[in-house]
Design a protein around this ligand. Structure first.
Ligand SMILES: [Zn+2]
Length: 232
């Protein structure tokens, strides 16, 4: 089997360099993070590598990495108690291979999880590809995202076009509560996941805005409010 250097560079294959790497791919909702995660896994699989897919609070409500364009693959659901190192070692103990991890929705992971991922890279030579949001609706970094910014070998800002209603690049996720951009509230009131939370107002959705309109809270013409994306 020959390696296509260009394809490897794009997919992040670690065999063309020395040592594994921790990569963080981040972008706003709708930037195609989960789609890219699945594409990356597919590319690595074609090159004979074996990965493990992890997710947390996926939009489908199941332990899957699923994308808005209809792709999906089963994944391991991460919880607060999950030790990612143990997870990989168990797979190895069972005779399975794990060359890399694809971690979707990584903004929902804990900082401890990010430490565990760094351990896997540094001590077990497992490549880690993490995908998630950088900031919440207040433009504050998610704890796991901050940790990844501090620790990752490579940061990749996804450039898939996500536009604000004004046409500028959509950079920030706004939480819209009853038609107004929320400025405070729990970081983790996330779409469908916390439907059980009774204190949730009647109408909460997320909308990607440019920085200007996030700051001014301008949601644009009413027609754009309908059918907006839920949080990734
Ligand atoms: Zn705008």
């Amino acid at each position: 089997m020959t390696l296509d250097p260009e394809a490897c560079a794009v997919s992040g294959d670690g065999r063309l360099r020395h040592g594994a790497a921790l990569k963080f791919f981040y972008g706003p909702m709708g930037a195609g993070k989960s789609t890219l995660a699945l594409q990356l896994d597919h590319n690595h699989g074609r090159q004979g590598r074996v990965g493990m897919l992890l997710t947390r609070f996926n939009r489908s409500g199941e332990a899957k990495i699923s994308s808005r364009i209809g792709l999906g693959r089963d994944a391991v659901e991460v919880t607060d108690e999950t030790d990612l190192r143990a997870l990989v070692r168990e797979r190895w103990a069972d005779g399975g291979r794990v060359d890399y991890l694809v971690c979707d929705e990584v903004h929902f992971y804990t900082e401890e999880h990010v430490d565990q991922l760094a351990d896997l890279v540094d001590h077990s030579d497992v490549d880690v590809y993490a995908f998630g949001l950088a900031t919440d609706f207040r433009t504050a970094l998610f704890p796991a995202a901050r940790k990844l910014f501090e620790m990752a070998d490579e940061l990749v800002r996804l450039q898939v076009e996500v536009l604000c209603w004004c046409g500028r690049p959509g950079l920030l996720n706004a939480r819209v509560v009853d038609g107004t951009v929320a400025r405070e509230g729990a970081q983790f009131v996330v779409g469908d996941i916390t439907e059980a939370a009774e204190e949730q107002p009647a109408d909460v959705h997320y909308q990607v805005l440019c920085r200007r309109h996030h700051r001014t809270g301008d949601l644009g013409p009413l027609t754009t409010a309908a059918g907006q994306l839920r949080l990734v």
